[in-house]
Ligand binder design. Structure first.
Ligand SMILES: *Cc1c(COP(=O)(O)O)cnc(C)c1O
Length: 432
């Protein structure tokens, strides 16, 4: 599917990087074919090394909600760069971005910047253990919270893509402290608290699962988790690295009227530069060094270029939220439902889950309300669909178990082209 230049670049990359990549899903192992190398991107479009153009439906795995090369972020990064890329000392930009974040996420009474979502969730877990003096954590099957040891248990994303239960190299003693339960099943969480009385530090979740494909919470589930954690003295950590600024300005917390003890953000908050944030209630956040005994640090935390890109992105979202989110909703609805209708016409079983501008076409009759149901998807059929779409210039996330995204630069023309491509691709799926 990729052209000669991309193939040559892949061969060269394989000399230096395991699998030729610096993050596993980029290798396209789950869908077959070799991955195109990107030269640049503009708005909703990716342009590869051979000059092929693709409509981008993964948006750098979430961040590019305002489209590629969003002019205000490009300018902000350029200006910040001229003032030097890093100081390792405080700048006003950190509080400028924090002020915008807390306006959207009032649960984040204090916060700390890190450089990735992985660091944010890892640090939130350490804080929760320190705050409670407990060891165990509860997570949910198919939820991905980055690649820290204790969180790579029945994780989604690349781990689900490659069909492995966790990761080699994670000591049993550490994996043992993580209880992985089915999503959307409150009784399972009640049973876990009963089985480990007074020893669960936190429940961490993706409020809308994105890393097993898109799986929304069933009504009452999130409120149930909030009530249960409160009652049991455990912290509720809502991982909004994907959903933050995506499903609403205030993320899933705003969308579902949920409160959290700790919240993690990443992806959009950095406007395409490496940023993560964790934050929450004062009484927990003040346990962090240098105020308290929980150590956490980062040489490039709050990096000026990253803050500049984040501020430009979040400022735009805040100032245009009234237009941006309804527009994302209607564009996504058109493409997600339009393609699902083509599947129905072609007789291909498909379950489509969507919340705002994140969604997944699961190649199964459905419903998909947890990871076990998502895993019933026909991944070979998804692979054929993916390849047929790539050949027609539509770049979907290269795994059945990853949510798709679009941004404000996707318009009617892109939607129509995508639906027409899907019509042909479903024929390719069927004709085997
Ligand atoms: C992407 C993601 C992470 C990890 O973020 P990185 O920046 O890749 O480390 C954590 N949690 C969720 C929900 C994510 O989607």
């Amino acid at each position: 599917m990729s052209g000669p230049r991309s193939q040559a670049l892949q061969q060269r990359a394989e000399r230096f990087f395991p699998g030729g990549v610096n993050s596993p899903v980029r290798a396209f192992k789950a869908v077959g074919g070799s991955p195109p190398f990107i030269e640049r991107a503009e708005g909703a479009w990716l342009i590869d090394a051979d000059g092929n153009r693709y409509i981008d439906y993964f948006g750098s795995w979430g961040p590019m909600i305002l489209g590629h090369a969003f002019p205000e972020a490009v300018d902000a990064i350029e200006i910040a760069g001229r003032n030097s890329a890093s100081f390792g000392a405080s700048t006003a930009a950190e509080a400028d971005l924090a002020e915008r974040i807390v306006a959207c996420y009032p649960a984040m009474e204090k916060m700390r910047f890190v450089s990735s979502g992985t660091e944010a969730t890892m640090s939130a877990i350490r804080l929760a253990r320190a705050a409670t003096g407990r060891k165990n954590i509860v997570k949910f099957e198919g939820c991905y919270h980055g690649h820290a040891d204790g969180l790579l248990v029945k994780a989604g994303s690349g781990v689900a893509t490659f069909g492995i239960p966790g990761s080699a190299g994670v000591p049993e003693e550490i994996a043992h402290l993580t209880l992985a339960l089915p999503f959307n099943n409150l009784a399972a969480v009640e049973m876990a608290f009963a089985a480990h009385p007074g020893d669960i530090a936190a429940v961490i979740l993706e409020p809308i699962v994105g890393n097993a494909g898109c799986i929304p919470p069933t009504p009452g589930y999130l409120d149930g988790l909030r009530a249960l954690t409160k009652q049991e003295g455990a912290l509720l950590i809502v991982d909004e690295v994907m959903t933050g600024f995506r499903v609403a300005l205030g993320g899933a917390l705003e969308l579902y009227g949920l409160d959290a003890d700790l919240v993690t953000l990443g992806k959009i908050v950095g406007g395409g530069l490496p940023v993560g944030v964790f934050g929450g209630k004062l009484r927990f956040m003040d346990l962090l060094a240098p105020s308290g005994p929980v150590y956490q640090a980062g040489t490039l935390s709050g990096n000026p270029l990253a803050m500049a890109a984040g501020i430009a992105t979040i400022r735009y979202l805040q100032e245009h939220a009234g237009d941006v989110y309804p527009q994302l909703e209607s564009t996504t609805k058109a493409v997600a439902e339009g393609v699902a209708a083509e599947a129905a016409r072609a007789g291909v079983p498909l379950a489509m889950n969507r919340v705002g501008s994140m969604w997944t076409w699961f190649f199964t009759a459905g419903p998909v309300t947890n990871y076990a149901q998502a895993a019933k998807s026909d991944t070979a059929a998804f692979g054929r669909f993916h390849r047929a779409m790539m050949e027609q210039g539509v770049w979907l996330p290269p795994s059945q178990f990853e949510a798709a995204f679009l941004g404000t630069e996707h318009g009617e023309a892109e939607v129509e082209k995508t639906i027409a491509a899907a019509r042909r691709a479903f024929q390719a799926v069927r004709n085997v």
